[in-house]
Design a protein around this ligand. Structure first.
Ligand SMILES: Cc1cc2nc3c(=O)[nH]c(=O)nc-3n(C[C@H](O)[C@H](O)[C@H](O)COP(=O)(O)OP(=O)(O)OC[C@H]3O[C@@H](n4cnc5c(N)ncnc54)[C@H](O)[C@@H]3O)c2cc1C
Length: 398
């Protein structure tokens, strides 16, 4: 169990009688992205860039035309604004002193799903509320359906096709969410809310427009493979750019930018076969492209899916949740992508990532020796079953 400690932002507001300036872009339902800074005596004491909010309550706030709510002279002991925020990594949400009794998670991307399941397993009653018809909606429906089944089976309440209309507080411990689920009005009562409906790059107010740095429509800094912007001496890396948003890509981009900017090298980023993992249980993981992307890119493809009920390791471990799917180019036999839903399935994607990056053919994977009773044998099985029915195979996938 993770320890729960007091939320720093709230404590600072109440004890220091400070000023909170939060940029809150709320829609009429009271939902939206929050970003902002905490100022005490005119000084920013904590960068409180907030893109996810667990719970908020505000009274007497004055809004200027830009949607900046300014709260001044908060009397000691009285909470004019409570912004319990999840910022700068994974700290604050897990530092709540009291475990939420119930939590509505709005959104169903990887952050929403990981945290919904984590809180559910802490013992919090979790409701996942999502406006689309599928969780992880950027993935194909077989992935969404498989994960939804396992999350529902363990007791997470999932409301798809559900659009939040209004959030109000009925008493100190209860937040009432009014929503439209499949066109019908529904109400949910919870103690806390986590909004995990996406992030935008925090590039406003940096004066980038003065330099003339190009941003895309979402406000991300446009960079090339050397991490250069359109302005010669300005480089950008990480989540604020138009590149994949992961901690390991951010680190590699930082190294690339430093080599180019400081050491005059010609370093470049290569995202081919990029591996990624959603840390739910079972995990969802992938590398390379999927069917949708193959169609978009006009690549002839076929898929092969092996269910874990047919993988010896999973049978022995008595955990057969999920599947391994490979996508191959039917003309060249090159591996295009892998998608996995499996316990610890993230461990599988690196062999596929390397195969994709270095053009290894599916037949070569099928002919490679994989140790018996490892999950990785499932990748070999999926390679073989492009051409053979799994029921025809004898021991050790031959
Ligand atoms: C809940 C959650 C789970 C995640 N899990 C994973 C995972 O398992 N694996 C993974 O690879 N990635 C994960 N990510 C994504 C990963 O955290 C980000 O991709 C990564 O942190 C990006 O690094 P960054 O340096 O670009 O940005 P950040 O880590 O966000 O760092 C940006 C820094 O800039 C500071 N800053 C912002 N604005 C200003 C300003 N105006 N002036 C000065 N400083 C400023 C911020 O305070 C912050 O310290 C997760 C993200 C979240 C939210």
């Amino acid at each position: 169990m993770v320890g729960w400690t007091t939320v720093p932002v709230k404590r600072e507001v109440v004890l220091n009688q400070g000023v909170v300036v939060c940029h809150i872009e709320l829609d009429e339902a009271g939902l939206g992205e929050v970003s902002g800074y905490i100022f005490m005596d005119g000084n920013p004491v904590k960068d409180a860039r907030v893109y996810l909010m667990v719970h908020y309550q505000y009274k007497h706030g004055k809004s200027d035309h830009n949607g900046f709510y300014t709260f001044t002279e908060v009397p000691s002991g009285e909470t004019e604004v409570t912004v319990t925020c999840y910022s700068d990594g994974n700290r604050t949400l897990f530092e709540l002193e009291n475990q939420p009794e119930s939590l509505a998670v709005i959104g169903a991307g990887y952050i929403a799903l990981e945290l919904a399941q984590a809180y559910h397993r802490f013992g919090t009653k979790v409701k996942l509320i999502h406006r689309s018809e599928r969780v992880l909606s950027t993935q194909t429906s077989d992935i969404s359906d498989e994960l939804t089944k396992h999350l529902s089976d363990e007791g997470i309440e999932i409301h798809l096709n559900t659009k939040v209309k209004k959030i109000s507080r009925t008493d100190e411990n209860t937040i009432l969410i009014t929503a439209e689920e499949n066109g019908k009005e529904v109400q949910f009562r919870v103690s806390h809310i986590l909004i995990a409906a996406g992030i935008d790059a925090n590039t406003a107010n940096l004066g980038l427009e003065i330099l003339g740095v190009n941003l895309d429509k979402a406000g991300s800094v446009i960079v090339n493979e050397k991490q250069e912007t359109n302005i010669g001496h300005v480089y950008a890396i990480g989540d604020c750019t138009n590149t994949p948003s992961f901690v390991y890509t951010a680190a590699a981009e930082g190294k690339t930018a430093a080599l180019n900017a400081i050491m005059n090298k010609d370093a470049t980023m290569d995202y081919q076969g990029l591996p990624w993992v959603v840390f739910t249980d079972p995990q969802v993981a992938g590398a390379g492209i999927d069917e949708k992307e193959a169609i978009k890119e006009g690549i002839p493809y076929e898929t092969s899916t092996v269910y874990l009920k047919d993988v010896p390791r999973s049978i022995a471990a008595r955990d057969t949740r999920g599947f391994i799917k490979l996508i191959r180019n039917t003309e060249t036999d090159e591996l295009l992508g892998i998608r996995v839903v499996a316990p610890e399935g993230g461990e599988l994607v690196m062999q596929a990532s390397l195969a994709i990056k270095y053009g290894i053919k599916v037949e070569e994977i099928a002919n490679s020796l994989h140790p018996y009773l490892t999950l990785s044998e499932g990748v070999k099985l999926a390679s073989i079953t492009f051409k053979k029915d799994i029921k025809e195979l004898s021991c050790c996938a031959v």
